[in-house]
Design a protein around this ligand. Structure first.
Ligand code: ZN
Length: 379
């Protein structure tokens, strides 16, 4: 309700604006010794009316960003308090494995883990349940009912293998997490990477690597199946967006550190409904050329990697067709030319470890250590 006044098409008698005016008047009525603290929250600080932010009104800002690794651990601790958690659940490990998760994502993950345990009539939630839940939150729910033809599966396997191999081979890329050809959400297959820790800035090397990884899927289709599919459409769209941002917003192209074009967010302010173009036709052509160059570089890098590692890509694609899901270790084994371990059924949790021994040796984090032989009461 604190939106910038005079924005949009309504006039000053807009009901929303009158509410804001009244709020400003009321806030000025507080005496400095009254001890009234007024707190408000917004997720659009950019459209706030400047009058709201003057001294004496909302004059301090506390930015609530996504939680860091310690924050995530504490949030997990809060949410797991109410569910019976098995001894093998290691919250610090989960916190480290979920960079970029918001508090709501973490709550969702704990909920999904509890559901997973309930579905199997288990009384405690295992670490395995949390791993399943993490993948569900990260990559979307598996759509096992969706039937793919053998040809579609084959194309998806090569496409994802292309992403995975480029991700594994390029420097500066986030480590692989999992590659799967089980449809999840809108995608037929997913290659998931997980950063090692929280990232706040991205280097140009990192972004160029991202472009190469995105192109890996299409390049694999071309090189190995001699075809092109619509499956790469989303990759191409994302790559084009990223390359344009690198040129127009991040100043990473040969055009130098200049931003081009006003951001679309301005439309919400209502100051300018049409997008403002602050560069000449000549510059527009240069921008297009730079965007193309970034994408082409990524494409060529992906092509080079896949062309010089043909047998490895074939093996990854075959492993995907056989197992449907392979993890980072398995990709690494294939790259090193080693045999993959026997496939374990991903739908069944690993056999329970000897709880009693573990309990004594390793108390759950945050819980008091227990004397040997003594079992703490647990649901
Ligand atoms: Zn793709």
């Amino acid at each position: 309700m604190g939106r910038h006044r005079g924005a949009g098409l309504g006039g000053g008698h807009d009901e929303r604006e009158q509410t804001l005016n009244q709020l400003l008047v009321e806030m000025d009525g507080f005496e400095s010794n009254e001890g009234v603290i007024l707190i408000a929250a917004t997720n659009r600080p950019d459209v706030l009316d400047p009058a709201l932010l003057r001294p004496g009104r909302f004059d301090r800002r506390v930015v609530v960003s996504r939680p860091d690794v310690r924050g995530r651990e504490e949030i997990l601790r809060v949410h797991t308090r109410k569910i019976p958690v098995s001894d093998d659940v290691d919250l610090p490990v989960l916190a480290r494995g979920t960079p970029g998760f918001s508090g709501a994502d973490l709550a969702n993950m704990v909920n999904e883990a509890a559901l997973s345990a309930a579905r199997q009539n288990r009384k405690t939630v295992l670490m395995w349940d949390f791993e399943q839940a993490k993948d569900k939150v990260l990559m979307g729910a598996e759509r096992k009912s969706m039937l793919l033809s053998d040809e579609e599966k084959r194309v998806t396997a090569y496409h994802e293998a292309g992403h995975a191999l480029v991700a594994a081979m390029r420097e500066h890329s986030d480590p692989l997490h999992k590659v799967t050809i089980i449809p999840r959400g809108m995608a037929l297959g997913v290659t998931m990477q997980l950063p090692i820790d929280d990232k706040h800035t991205y280097t140009r090397d990192y972004l160029e690597t991202r472009l190469a990884i995105m192109m890996g899927g299409r390049v694999a289709e071309e090189l190995f199946l001699n075809t092109m599919t619509t499956g790469a459409g989303n990759d191409i769209e994302q790559a084009s967006d990223l390359a344009r941002k690198m040129t127009c917003e991040f100043g990473m192209s040969s055009l130098g550190p200049i931003t081009f074009g006003k951001k679309e967010e301005q439309i919400f302010l209502g100051r300018e409904i049409s997008q403002h173009r602050d560069f000449s036709e000549e510059t527009a052509q240069k921008i297009d050329a730079e965007v193309r160059r970034f994408v082409d570089d990524g494409y060529n890098s992906a092509r080079h990697i896949l062309e010089s590692n043909r047998p490895i890509l074939e093996t990854i694609a075959m492993a995907l067709l056989e197992r449907e899901v392979i993890d980072a270790n398995e990709v690494q084994l294939i790259i090193e030319g080693k045999e993959l371990p026997i496939k374990v059924n991903p739908n069944v949790p690993p056999p329970a470890k000897d709880d009693d021994v573990q309990q004594v040796l390793k108390p759950a984090p945050g819980q008091p250590n227990v004397a040997p032989g003594e079992r703490p009461a647990q649901a």
